[in-house]
Write a protein that binds this ligand. Sequence first.
Ligand code: HEM
Length: 357
Amino acid sequence: MTAESEKGPVEVSPWYNYTTFDISGDLVFGESFGCLQDGRLRPWIQLTFTAIKAWVYSGAVHQSPALERAALPIGSITVRKSIPKSLLQKEIDNFNLSAAKTGKRIELGSKRTDMMTGVLKAGLTEEKGQSNDSRKTISRAEVHSNVFVLILAGSETSATTLSGITFYTCRDSDILQKLVSEIPSSFTRDGDINFQATATLNYLNAVIEQGLRCYPPFVGALSRLTPPGGATVDGHFVPKGTSLGTDMYSTFHSPCKFHLPDEFSPERWLGRDPRFANDRLDAVQAFSAGPRGCIGKRFVSCNLAYAELRLILAKLLFHFDISPNPGFELWIDQGVFYLWYKPPLLVNLTRRTTIEE
Ligand code: HEM
């Protein structure tokens, strides 16, 4: 990033992806993907984004009986005529690459405990499909699915949140100034910036909460099926087998729940501004809730997701002065294919010269 910044504006979002994917690679496979070092995403990771687009097309097909009838099952994969062939092929390539990386980790083992250690804790079976073993061993196919979820859920979410925070803070010079004055003034050298020390930075924490509210990485609704016998939700009976969800973006931007709902105001999380006294902060559930809510929020004893966000932001702002590049305001005008499809987020970064490494 250093070399690129010295030349001019930097497209910062991919650097967030490189960082969070490298951390996820380290935690899942026991080794980094090396994206930061090379300044590019591994093909494996690049493909996951395209694969997600294929899921979206698949989902759309399921919504329409006419398109459903055009479905053409091939082997274990249901190939649908309406999905672009190139996307389907990428989805298959993606699975094969993921399987190869997983196989290498299983064969070679790891010198230290990583997430795969947990996945394989009860043992691996080579039976096809899902394991029926009562000792809860895991089949190779199940490992592949879990790895895909672990890598993607643990990295794209954090990288997206960081991009959103960068956009909103750079757009408002007062907010950026408050944030910047908190971080470099709290540390004298890079080595002091760690999970514990950044947890006490109130303004940084408020900025992160506000980033998750204004630009949640999961934009729409994560559905749940009602159980046999149905369920009563908010006083309404819903029959069994109904898919229900709460749309994140619209809930977090609802004027019924937030004063100035579209405004990025970290103050609403600091409890000092009376304008936001009636805000329903508990409505912001960017990690979802319940037993299938994000494990990154309650990972082991630390809150991995927040720890990562704080550390990356604190290090960036400790080392660099950041400012928006012209045309920056249009960034927020973007589409969603399950995840945000982000245009380039261009910022100017100037290395601070007054700090110790
Ligand atoms: C800003 C950061 C993050 C956000 C906003 C976020 C959000 C979410 C959400 C909304 C879900 C879906 C839960 C549901 O269906 O109810 C989820 C699932 C998940 N998250 Fe996160 N996440 C973040 C970071 C992480 C990190 C760092 C990890 C690393 C371990 C992680 C691992 C997972 C996994 C494995 C699941 C799937 C859980 C399951 O299916 O049971 N996430 N996350």
